[in-house]
Every structure is written in C-alpha cells, then in structure tokens.
Design a protein around this ligand. Structure first.
Ligand code: UPG
Ligand code: MN
Length: 751
C-alpha cells in the first residue's frame, strides 16, 4: 500500500466565510436578547399583546440559539478520488438501492434513468450490485427495467469509452444536444445511435401499458392478477454479471417487490429499505450500501469513489464514520427558485454545520451506509450485545439461517470482496423468505436494527439512532453534484411533502427518541442533540410565526400596539433586528450563488409553509398523539421529464403557484384576508379610539404590509383563474374564519 500521507484521500477545509457570518449571527443574538429584556421590563404597562409578542420572541431567541449551536463550526471535506486507486489495493463492494412506490406518481422512465446512471458509475462492475424495490408491484416498472438493462449494454460502454459525465440518458440527451466540433466522426455516429436507441427505449416504455397485461409471458406471470397492496414477494434477477470486472461488464440488477398484506403494516419506505438490506445481504452482502430515491440519478460518475474516499479515509484516521451523506439537489430548477424548494442554503448550512459536530443527519437518499452499522453495531463492539450467540442473532435478525450467517460475516468484517457469479441466483429461495411480510415479527427490525419505524421521516430517526451509538457521519459536496432529483413544484404536491416532513419530524420529537433524552442516555453528543432538536422543531415554529403574523392584525383593528412607537429609541431594536436578520439571509444566499430574488422567494415560501403545511403537520401529530389518526406516507408526485432540447422547462404553469381545494390553503388565505381588512381599517381610520395613547402605529402597519408581501402568491390567487386561482369555496371558508377572528378580537378588546 502506498504511503497514505503522500496521497490523502480527503482534506478538511477551513471555511473562510465563517467569520463574517458569525459576527452577524452574534449581533442578531444580542439584538434579540435586548428586545426580550426591553419587553420584560415593560410587560406590566402594556396589554396582553406584549405578553404574546414576548412569548413569540422568546421562542425565536431559543430557536436562534439552537441554530447557532448547529451551524457554528462548519466543516467541509475535499475528496481525492484519484488517490484512492493509488492507496487502496482493493476497493470495497457497494450495494446500491433504489426505491419506487407508485408507477403513476413515479413514472418508470424516471426510475430507469436513475438505474442507468448507477450502472454506469466509475467503479469496478464486479463490486457493484443494483437493487430496485418496487412497492407499487408494477409489471410496467419491471418491464421497463428489463428493457433498460438491454439498453445498458450499449449505454454503459459508451459512457465509459467517451468519459461521458452525465450518465442519466434523459439528461445527457436534453442538456447536450450538439456535439462540439473536435469530437471524432466515430463519436458522432455512436452518439446518434445511442440517441436512437434511447428513443426506442422511451417508446417501448410509453407503450408498455398496452403491451404488458396482454403479454404476461413466463417472466411476467408473477404479476398476474395481483393487487399492489396484497401480493406475495416477487424477486427477479434482471441481469447477472457473469463477466466479473472484464471490459463491458455490467453490475447485477435485481428487481424486488416485497410481500404485502392488507392487515399488516408495511412501514412504507423504511420497510422497503429493510427488505432491501436483507435480500442484498443474502445475494451480494457488500460492506457498504448506497440508497437513492427513484428520482435521484448519479450526476457525477465518480460519486462512489468520492464516498469511499471519506469512508476509507476517515476509517484510517480512526474516525468512526457510519455514513456519508451527499446533498439532495434538483434538476430543471426554475429561475430564482420561486417555490424555495431547492433547499440549497439549508443543505449547505445544516449539512456542513452538523458536519462540524457529530456529522450531518441522514436525509433518506443520496447516502452511503456501512452495512454493519445498519445491523446495529457500535464503534467499540462489532455486535449489539457483545456476544453473538445464535439465539441473539435470531431474535434480532429473524429466523433465516442463511441471513444470520451473512450478518455474522458482516459484523466480523468477513464480507465478500467481489461478487462471484452464481451467488445471486443461488440465494433466491432464501431471499424470498426474508422478504415475506411476517419475517420481521418479533425481531429487532425497525427498532434495533435496520431502518427505524414510527416516523414518516424514517431517515432522520435512523440517522439519529446511529449517532446515538457513538458513530459519526460525513457530508460531501463534490463538483459536479453527486446526485440530482426532482422537487415538487409549488402548490399542492409541495404542500403535501412538507406536511409529511413536519409530521414525521414532530413524531420523533414526541417519542421516546426525543434527542435531549437520547443524549442523556446514550452517546449522542450534547450539541448534536441540540442540532437534532432544532431540526425536529421545524414545524413547531409555525405557531409563534403565526401568532406574530396575527399580532399586527389584532393591533390594527383594536387600535393597540405590540411594538414601540417609531419615535421611541426602543423602536431601533426591532427595526435593526429585522434588517440584520434579512441581511444575514441575503449574505448566506449570495454566498451559495443564489440571486437576491431567489433569497426573497425562499423567505416568502417559509412564511407560506408555516401557515399551511407546517400547521397541518402539527395538527396531524396532535391527532396522532390523541390516538385519532395514523400518519401515512403520501408519495410525492415526480414530474414527467419536461425539459426540451435546450434544457428549459416547458411546463405550462412552471413558476406559478397553483392551488387545489385542499384545506391546507385555508389558513394562508385567512391570514391574508385578515391583513387586508386590518390595513383597510387603518387607512380609512375605522379603528376605535386608543386607550391611554398606546394605539397602533407605523410599525404595526409595516408588519402587516410585510405579511401581505410574503403572501403575494395568495393575493394573486384571489383573482386567478383555474389552477392558479384559489377555489371559491376555500376563499369562503377563509372569509368565515377571518370574520370569526375579527369578531372575537373586538370582543376581547372591549373587556
Ligand atoms: O411506501 C413507500 C413510500 C415511499 N417509498 C419511496 O420513498 C422515496 C421517497 O418518497 P418521496 O415521495 O419522493 O418523498 P420525499 O419527501 O421527496 O422524500 C424525502 O423525505 C423522505 C422522508 O419523508 C425520505 O425518505 C426521502 O429519502 C427524502 O428524499 C421514494 O423513492 C419512494 O418510492 C417507498 O419505497 N415505499
Ligand atoms: Mn422525493
């Protein structure tokens, strides 16, 4: 082995921008504390609006302190894939998991592209295997993958021969339609051929729904008369790598649809991940796994190498790295991120920030895991209880002898180094057994080993349990980005996704996995637990945010105040706070390359989110805690591929906020109507006389106008037509609620 010092696999980078940001952050904290103190000493002389404002600001301050704990010491890594080959005699094997759940919401063409990009990564083919879990149990998805594996025989060698950088064909052919002049004639011919072949593949997939049912030949027989929520397991080896690492060899490709029965919970994605873990453990048992959602294609052919640089490099330095998380990034992004769904700042700031503590949280996709960590081992013990007796193994991992044997190998580091021919097919029978829906009953799956159950955001929970055993994780942002996926555009889909996140995160906060408690009882570092608390609190923020947004309305219509008068010296504090807070957001956005407009859009969407999806998420959790409902995982709609040859989005209403009759749009509409009423009353002088000279002033008016600006898409929606207009019934409900609020406010202020 070469000298590791001469060829470092990674370097830790000091982030220069940190000092400026820290100065701003401390100023904000100072101003927030000043405001709190000022309020506190004036509580007696003011009405209940001051008390409410005080409580909200107290929350904002605590939230800010948690933010600072999370982002104070960011770390970045630079990885050197070229050093990996020089330093490591043999690369470790990696099992790659792709999950899909619904052929309509997640069109197979998307899954196919992700799979093709994974099959084509720069890594020895005999050390990779690709498993696709299909919770939709769709013959069309299966058929698409079979056809894709035929296309892959041409596509993968083509990518490697010409060192193509973008190996998801739909992106490759849409982003780069013309070949530059210096490219050889041979290339141009092959490029044409490849494009034709890809178009044929797309054609076949489009026609698949006509073909497949009538043609349920031997291979498709398993899909005959099945229901997606009630069927036995289907496992198909679509492609087996018989060539090893020879040129033109392709990794194994395996299709899995685990057994489902209507009366048994299948635990959504977490359940799928656990089935994938077990089946791959029998078939290839790689020491590392990668998991991506069906829409997250590998955008950088060296992604696996980058991940291994950190996995192996950190291991050499005895830093117990359990997983390497890449940021989720999105393709076809609209100009200036109108829906604030690119999450660029969030991922960068939180990922690198937590990277400086115990490591980033697990984000559910774009993540490489160490298999033995998934099996519950801790950095100091290879196994869970210190002893690996057979009964213990069975209790934890279920009663498949083949599987517990493979677990033992993994925990003692005896995994297969390369995948030999034959291992995949020979373990099919055992694989059927471990994919059955009764297999997990009375085992540790979902609560001690594998992906954890009990939250719609299984990812954060699973990651936190790993950190709680004392493991670290690492965040990696190579250039070009490792993975790209699609994000729901504005409107209903986006709201549903954010609502699920809100519920899922809160479910963890109110469970026995609450981070502060976990920190006290395990090896979760204290600052890491604060970072998790901050993440899990994401949706609770909507309550103080909403109160704060309603305060100016109340003050304007009852002619009271919750802020000092503009001519008082104290007014400087909230005004400075407002300005510097937004300056800090702007600095952060500009630094990661966003425009001013994008920064504004992000900010605005945060407010809209708070009033809609987060609020509903909180209500959902309350209902669950009361035992009145169960949370479900509603799969996000993945848009059909929309870019044309220039890579521009062609969707008709791209960039426009869309509405539906979902009740989720009622609260933001109510809030907007309230602000408008309050402003009209203030401008027309319809307010009652102020008590004791504490009437509403300019600052209250400005606050209210600010909220209207933030909810501008809703203001447009009031007058919009079709999907871009708020449905009349929603407006009616919102108006009803607004009237009730106005009436109650008047009553309260009279008392
Ligand atoms: O019963 C299910 C439901 C979902 N999925 C898969 O889970 C993934 C994520 O679903 P999606 O609807 O795209 O949710 P997002 O909100 O976009 O997902 C983010 O948030 C989830 C937690 O809420 C994480 O699991 C994801 O990895 C993360 O990308 C997709 O591949 C689905 O096919 C399943 O396999 N089985
Ligand atoms: Mn998704």
């Amino acid at each position: 082995m070469a000298n590791p010092i001469a060829y470092p696999l990674y370097e830790e980078i000091y982030l220069k921008h940190v000092t400026v940001r820290r100065i701003l952050d401390v100023i904000i904290l100072f101003l927030q504390l000043s405001l709190l103190i000022y309020r506190f000493f004036n509580l007696n002389s003011q009405g209940f609006t001051w008390l409410l404002a005080f409580l909200c600001e107290l929350w904002f301050t605590i939230d800010w302190i948690l933010t600072l704990c999370t982002i104070w010491t960011p770390i970045d890594y630079k990885t050197h894939p070229d050093h990996l080959i020089k330093q490591v005699a043999e690369l470790p094997a990696v099992d790659m998991f792709v999950t899909t759940a619904d052929p309509v919401l997640e069109p197979p063409i998307i899954t196919v592209n992700t799979v093709l990009s994974l099959l084509a990564v720069d890594y020895p083919a005999d050390k990779l295997a690709c498993y696709v879990s299909d919770d939709g149990c769709s013959p069309i998805t299966f058929y698409s993958l079979v056809e894709a594996s035929k296309f892959a025989q041409l596509w993968v060698p083509f990518c490697k021969k010409y060192n193509v950088q973008l190996r998801a064909p739909f992106r490759y052919f849409s982003v780069k339609s013309t070949s530059s002049s210096y490219e050889s004639l041979e290339f141009q011919q092959e490029w044409r051929k490849m494009k034709d072949e890809y178009e044929k593949l797309c054609q076949k997939m489009e026609e698949a729904h006509k073909l497949v049912p009538s043609d349920l030949s031997a291979d498709y027989e398993a899909f005959k008369d099945i229901k997606s929520k009630n069927h036995p397991s289907i496992i198909k080896v679509i492609w087996e790598n018989k060539k090893g690492f020879a040129e033109g060899a392709l990794p194994h490709l395996i299709y899995i649809s685990r057994e489902k029965r209507p009366n048994l919970s299948h635990h959504y994605k977490a359940g799928a991940m656990n089935a994938l873990t077990r089946i791959s453990g029998l078939m290839t048992n790689a020491p590392y796994t990668l998991n991506v959602d069906c829409d997250m294609y590998a955008n950088n052919p060296k992604t696996v190498l980058h991940a291994m640089c950190l996995m192996l490099g950190l291991k050499q330095n005895e830093r117990n790295c359990a997983f390497v998380q890449f940021p989720q990034m999105f393709y076809d992004e609209l100009k200036d991120d109108p829906f604030g769904n690119q999450m660029v700042v969030g991922f960068e700031v939180i990922g690198r920030g937590m990277g400086g503590i115990q490591g980033p949280a697990y984000a559910g996709t774009c993540c490489f895991h160490t298999r033995r960590v998934i099996y519950g081992s801790s950095p100091s013990h290879p196994d869970i209880n210190g002893k690996l007796r057979n009964e213990v193994l069975e209790q934890q991992f279920g009663c498949s002898k083949e599987f517990t044997e493979s677990v033992t190998k993994t925990l003692y580091g005896l995994e297969q180094k390369t995948f030999c021919h034959g291992s995949v097919l020979s373990s099919i029978e055992a694989a059927y057994k471990v994919s059955g829906c009764n297999y997990e009953l009375n085992t540790g799956w979902g609560n001690k080993v594998g992906w954890f159950y009990g939250s719609a955001t299984e990812d954060v929970l699973t990651g936190m349990r790993i950190h709680a055993r004392g493991w670290k994780s690492a965040f990696c942002m190579p250039d070009p980005p490792a993975f790209m996926g699609c994000s729901p555009s504005g409107g209903p889909e986006f709201m549903i996704q954010r609502k699920r996140w809100s519920t899922g995160l809160l479910e963890i906060l109110f469970s026995k996995h609450s981070p502060i408690y976990v920190a006290l009882t395990s090896k979760l570092q204290f600052r890491q637990s604060l970072a998790y608390t901050w993440i899990l609190n994401w949706a609770v923020r909507c309550i103080p945010e909403l109160c704060y947004a309603v305060l100016p309305v109340y003050c304007l219509i009852t002619n009271t105040s919750f802020l000092p008068k503009v001519n008082e010296a104290a007014a400087m504090v909230p005004m400075a706070l407002f300005l510097i807070k937004h300056l800090e957001k702007l600095v952060n956005s500009l630094r990661v390359g966003l425009s001013v407009r994008a920064c504004w859009n992000n900010l605005r969407m945060k407010k809209i989110n708070a009033a809609s999806s987060q609020l509903f998420g909180v209500l959902g959790v309350i209902l669950k805690l009361l035992g009145l409902s169960e949370t479900v995982f509603e799969v996000t709609q993945k848009d059909q591929i929309t870019s044309n040859d220039e890579g521009n989005s062609t969707k008709a209403d791209a960039g426009e906020f869309t509405f539906s009759d979902s009740p989720i749009f009622v609260p933001p509409t109510t809030l907007l109507l309230l602000q408008l009423t309050a402003l009209i009353m203030a401008f027309l002088g319809l307010q009652p006389p102020a008590h004791g000279g504490h009437g509403a002033g300019l600052l209250e008016i400005m606050c209210s106008m600010w909220v209207v600006l933030c909810f501008w898409p809703f203001l447009k929606g009031l007058f919009g037509k079709g999907k871009q207009g708020i449905p009349f019934l929603t407006i009616l409900k919102a108006a009803g609620l607004a009237l009730i609020f106005l009436h109650l406010s008047m009553r309260v202020s009279m008392v």
